[in-house]
Design a protein around this ligand. Structure first.
Ligand SMILES: [Zn+2]
Length: 262
């Protein structure tokens, strides 16, 4: 459900939050920390107790392929209908939390409100959710931004998350492995079919990264999985480049497909 509190922050809020980040960085002053989701005062840099209680961490039983939570445990190895009907290019996907209101606020704070300091916390949760993917993996591959968007946003949120997961798991980040060769429209508001068409052919393995991909087991890292079209296009590019296996680790995934994406 879309409420006033869940839409993108107003311009004024963005300016205020940008100013906070600027002061914190330049003056190194101890501003009282705010909960990144609801902006209440907190005693440390995490989420407040109220928001914490509303986060839905994803735990078994879930589809071993797509990581979608099951209501009942169907037994080991049983895949969801969705995974059987429309198998993805990647092998397995895992997410730390469901993409609900608190998760959405965290993603917005992280991506648009200069809260890069959230990366270690989000990365810790992701590393825990993706332990079976990172076990034996060769590298973490962040989903790339097109350079124009990277320039506007100044950092690639997926790369920041991958760095945080690397610190937890000991698996290195293979930066600049994938290139976004097509400036795709934002996926927001597009149907499942249009999302797939929008990102089709948008990624390729960087010419100097071919040796880092061939025969390797890679874990793609992104912030949110909605339809899976973006990570699927990335996985296709890596598999075309000779990757042995591609798994996907995201912070949050949309579980109810009827629910609006970011
Ligand atoms: Zn809160």
């Amino acid at each position: 459900m879309e409420t006033a509190a869940t839409v993108a922050p107003s311009r004024l809020a963005r300016v205020a939050s940008g100013l906070r980040g600027y002061l914190r960085r330049t003056l190194d002053v101890a501003l009282p920390p705010l909960c990144p989701a609801c902006r209440d005062l907190v005693t440390d840099n995490g989420v407040c107790a109220n928001c914490w209680s509303k986060l839905s961490f994803i735990a078994p039983p879930y589809c071993p392929r797509l990581g979608i939570p099951f209501v009942y445990d169907p037994g080991p190895g049983i895949q969801s209908m969705q995974a059987i009907a429309d198998p993805p290019a990647f092998q397995r996907a895992r997410a730390a939390v469901r993409y609900d209101d608190v998760a959405k606020q965290l993603v917005h704070a992280f991506k648009y409100s200069d809260r890069l300091d959230l990366a270690p916390m989000l990365g810790r949760w992701m590393a825990r959710a993706g332990r079976e993917l990172t076990d034996g993996a060769d590298a973490l591959v962040p989903v790339p931004l097109h350079w124009r968007r990277l320039w506007r946003r100044r950092f690639n949120q997926s790369a920041a998350l991958a760095e945080a997961i690397a610190r937890e798991s000991g698996i290195a980040v293979a930066h600049h492995t994938l290139q976004r060769v097509k400036a795709t429209a934002q996926q927001v508001g597009l149907s499942r079919k249009d999302r797939a068409a929008n990102v089709s052919g948008a990624f390729r393995v960087a010419p100097d990264a071919k040796a880092a991909v061939a025969g390797r087991r890679l874990v793609l890292v992104d912030d949110v999985l909605t339809s899976g079209a973006t990570v699927d296009a990335c996985a296709r590019a890596l598999l075309r480049g000779g990757a042995a296996q591609v798994d996907v680790l995201v912070f949050a995934r949309v579980v109810d497909p009827g629910k609006a994406p970011i």
